[in-house]
Ligand binder design. Structure first.
Ligand SMILES: [Zn+2]
Length: 303
């Protein structure tokens, strides 16, 4: 399908999105329902008079076991699909260049402004609207966070999407719900780590007691002893940090203020999940090393 470009009609107003971005940025990090002016959306092909979509390679998170990190994805469509009339709906498909398994599909609306200059082979601007993408857009969340929040993964991801779209009140409410729901899991992990350290009997008993409170904020108030050094974030107790953010009333805050609080809650929760995981890993490495040395010693003595 080689459709010759016909410019948008004269009486049609150009949309007015805020800021120009690259096509790569648009695909990688723009939430759905966004219209953007794209600096390098198309180029003109003098051989057939078409504008062609200037498909970039993109760098997004691949969650395949083999990758589990940011990888380059390449577009898969036959080139002819990118030959455009002035306004067009289109699907573009990407695949991870590393595992060749993970796919990403975008549903877009492309608008090429009226009287667009026809400079051969040079990327030119245009407008793109993102109807959506599959899998859905959500900035990467470390797997340790999912481990600590367990069954509330979907609720957390809703919060993450709300946060990335600047919906502060929504993001904050989702994160608060996740932490309240998963209070027991969070406390259980902290109790496990606290028990690894000497002289923490009183702390462990306070944590166990606090766990039984119905509200997270009330639970945190019950823990008077300080947490092990390895769990502190810049010297601060992560539970106290979460407490001060979560006890702020939503009604008194603007959407922007809620967004800042939501981001703070997410960052602290992720960092706490990371510290807990590291502490348990260190303990396992230590146990493995001790077991290994004891076995070596026993083997030597029995010779
Ligand atoms: Zn991959």
């Amino acid at each position: 399908m080689s459709t010759l470009l016909t410019p948008a009609s004269n009486n049609e107003k150009e949309p007015s999105p805020e800021k120009e971005i690259t096509f790569k940025e648009f695909l990688e990090s723009t939430p759905k329902d966004s219209l953007k002016k794209i600096t390098d959306l198309i180029y003109y092909n003098p051989n057939n008079g078409d504008f062609i979509l200037n498909m970039p390679d993109i760098a997004i998170f691949c969650d395949d076991d083999k990758c589990n990190g940011i990888r380059i994805f390449r577009h898969q469509n036959d080139n002819s699909i990118y030959q455009l009339p002035a306004k067009e709906d289109c699907f573009v498909k990407y695949i991870c260049s590393n595992c060749q398994k993970t796919q990403k599909t975008y549903s877009l609306y492309i608008l090429i402004p009226n009287k667009h200059p026809r400079q051969p082979h040079t990327p030119q601007n245009g407008y793109a609207y993102k109807y959506g993408e599959f899998p859905v857009f959500a900035p990467h969340t470390p797997s340790r966070v999912f481990k600590i929040i367990g069954p509330d993964r979907e609720m957390f991801l809703k919060g993450r999407r709300a946060e990335s779209q600047g919906l502060g009140i929504g993001a904050f409410a989702y994160y608060r719900r996740v932490i309240e729901n998963q209070k027991h899991r969070i406390f259980d992990e902290i109790i496990k780590v606290a028990g690894l350290y000497p002289d923490t009997e009183e702390l462990v008993s306070q944590l166990k007691q606090a766990k039984t409170e119905t509200q997270f904020t009330k639970s945190v108030e019950d823990v008077k002893k300080s947490l092990p050094q390895s769990l502190l974030l810049n010297g601060h107790n992560p539970l106290t940090l979460l407490h001060s953010a979560l006890s702020e009333g939503l009604h008194a805050k603007s959407d922007e203020e809620c967004l800042e609080l939501a981001t703070a809650v997410r960052v602290v929760l992720a960092e706490l999940a990371e510290r807990l995981s590291e502490a348990l890993k260190d303990e396992k490495s230590l146990n493995d090393a001790v077991t290994k040395l004891i076995q070596t010693k026993t083997a030597k003595n029995s010779k």
